[in-house]
Ligand binder design. Structure first.
Ligand code: HEC
Length: 154
């Protein structure tokens, strides 16, 4: 029994010193097709527009009306755009799009996190939360532009 107790720590130590971390899997052969500008205009912009257009207020001479998706289909359309936007954060990180900038990665992840909050609000059909998150998304876009878009440093 005594030998066994002595051996036990040796086994644990031996186990950890012999096992090397597995080599990282090879990076998938991602191919960036669009320029940064094209990605913004073709993917991010149309997706966030659907979210911004979905909720808000309409002011008419008869009064102010809250705007929100009315049917399950309308909510599903907004949800699809929020998914598109969330996944576009991943697109921003592939290839050389980040230019190796950790800040770019942080901004891309902020886009994913905020879009995910939008999806959660949509799943609850919470139009007020979605309106607030729409503002947060605007901040995510402008934060990155302020830093990385030529001529956008106000
Ligand atoms: C990780 C950084 C980053 C994030 C996040 C980001 N953008 Fe951009 N965006 C850029 C950069 C960089 C440019 C400039 C591209 C160029 O001129 O080559 C740009 C340019 C644009 C343009 C101008 C394209 C043109 O034709 O000149 C639009 C529109 C745009 N972004 C929309 C958005 C929207 C909407 C969001 C948020 C939902 C967003 N972007 C989030 C980095 C980002």
């Amino acid at each position: 029994m005594r030998t066994l107790l002595w051996l036990a720590p040796l086994v644990v130590l031996g186990g950890s010193s012999c096992s090397r971390p597995a080599p990282p899997p090879p990076s998938p052969p991602f191919q960036t097709v669009a320029t940064g500008k094209e990605l913004m205009n073709a993917v991010l912009d149309p997706a966030v527009d659907v979210i911004w257009d979905a909720v808000g207020w309409i002011v008419t001479s008869e009064g102010t009306f809250a705007k929100a998706p009315a049917t399950d289909d309308e909510w599903a359309t907004v949800r699809a755009s929020a998914i598109q936007l969330a996944e576009s954060g991943n697109l921003l990180m592939i290839g050389n799009r980040s230019g190796g900038s950790p800040e770019w990665i942080t901004q891309s992840q902020a886009l994913i996190d905020t879009s995910r909050r939008a999806i959660q609000a949509i799943d609850k059909k919470d139009k007020d939360a979605l309106f607030t998150i729409g503002g947060d998304l605007y901040d995510v876009c402008t934060n990155c532009h302020r830093q990385f878009m030529p001529g956008a440093r106000q």
